[in-house]
Write a protein that binds this ligand. Structure first.
Ligand code: AMP
Length: 325
């Protein structure tokens, strides 16, 4: 059957080749006018197995926490939730991506040029990603070589209910670390596209992507969506790929680069007051203070991740009892 010419994924609004310039210009402007509240960090590297974990101590995390607290207090006062992306702060607007998505600067960024790819209309962060999400994501990834990620629900580290993907440009730490899990990914034995990261002793699945940069967002989105559904099934989430805007069966992190896609189901938001989102599974961790840093070192980063993920044993038990929630 011939596809409709009005399919939104066919109409990219982003002028090709302009996203990086728009991002850096807007970052400069947002910084100058005070809209961008960058979080300063110190970092250290912790090598464990084949992963060079970047552990950042957030000296001004308080600023982000205060903003989140203020949001919650105001929500209580006015009796409804505040959506920081609808309306968004115009000073943080980078550009239109597609009929369904826009691109904003992350207001409380730890790394420079941290982008949010946000749905124009409200959609729940706990809805599964769809073709439009992947088309918008691919538009951005084609322009900026980076790590894209999605925190599927509060348990997976999401702080906002309005659906948003995120993109961090690579290298992660210029001249130090391109992407902390790069070596671990290089060691994956991709059999038939799918594989596992040997250093991750918990339920997860990774797929290699062979998408040439010349693919249109629509064509790339179809392939990304297929891999996403296959990975969700591999980690035990039974997905009906024909249902549109399906609610996610459980919390998970999704990480995507131009070369691979990784899914990690989650059991909890934090362990011993150390919060983990998708970036944790890319090898990037955040601690608030020295106590947390010591705890992390004693525990080791991989054990920390293991505690917020789902064990392979629990996955096997869920598979056997067919009770996936
Ligand atoms: P997450 O915490 O993964 O759900 O990502 C949401 C991101 O939105 C957080 O990293 C916040 O820093 C960011 N954020 C919060 N308020 C705003 C805002 N008004 N404009 C842009 N980004 C925001």
């Amino acid at each position: 059957m011939e596809e409709s010419v009005t399919n939104p994924t066919e109409t990219a609004l982003l002028q090709p080749g302009t996203l990086w310039a728009k991002t850096t210009q807007q970052t400069q402007y947002a910084r100058e006018c005070g809209a961008l509240k960058s979080i300063e960090t110190e970092y250290q590297l912790i090598q464990q197995n084949d992963i060079s974990f970047v552990v950042r101590s957030l000296s001004s995390l308080a600023r982000k926490e205060q903003a989140r607290k203020k949001q919650t207090e105001t929500e209580h006062k006015i009796g409804k939730e505040i959506d920081p992306f609808l309306p968004y702060e115009p000073e943080l607007f980078v550009g239109d991506i597609s009929p369904s998505h826009i691109c904003l600067l992350n207001k409380f960024n730890v790394v420079d040029n941290h982008l949010l790819i946000v749905t124009r209309d409200f959609e729940e962060q706990t809805d599964l990603l769809n073709l439009e999400d992947f088309a918008a994501l691919w538009c951005c990834l084609q322009e900026i070589d980076g790590l894209a990620f999605y925190n599927g629900g509060k348990t997976a580290g999401a702080s906002q209910r309005h659906k948003h993907l995120q993109l961090i440009p690579l290298p992660f730490l210029p001249n130090v670390v391109h992407l902390p899990i790069n070596n671990a990914i290089a060691n994956v034995n991709f059999e038939n596209v799918f594989g596992r990261i040997a250093s991750f002793p918990f339920c997860h699945a990774i797929a290699s992507l062979a998408l040439s940069s010349s693919r249109s967002p629509k064509a790339a989105a179809k392939i990304l969506l297929q891999h996403y559904h296959a990975l969700l099934n591999l980690v035990g989430f039974k997905i009906d790929s024909t249902t549109v805007n399906q609610r996610q069966p459980g919390a998970y992190n999704c990480l995507i680069t131009r070369n691979w896609m990784l899914i990690v189901p989650r059991s909890q938001e934090s362990f011993q007051h150390i919060p983990i989102n998708s970036l944790g599974f890319a090898g990037s961790l955040f601690v608030r203070d020295r106590t947390s840093l010591k705890l992390l070192k004693d525990l080791t980063p991989i054990r920390l991740l293991q505690n917020v993920a789902i064990s392979d044993e629990d996955f096997a038990a869920r598979e056997n009892s067919n009770q996936i929630d």
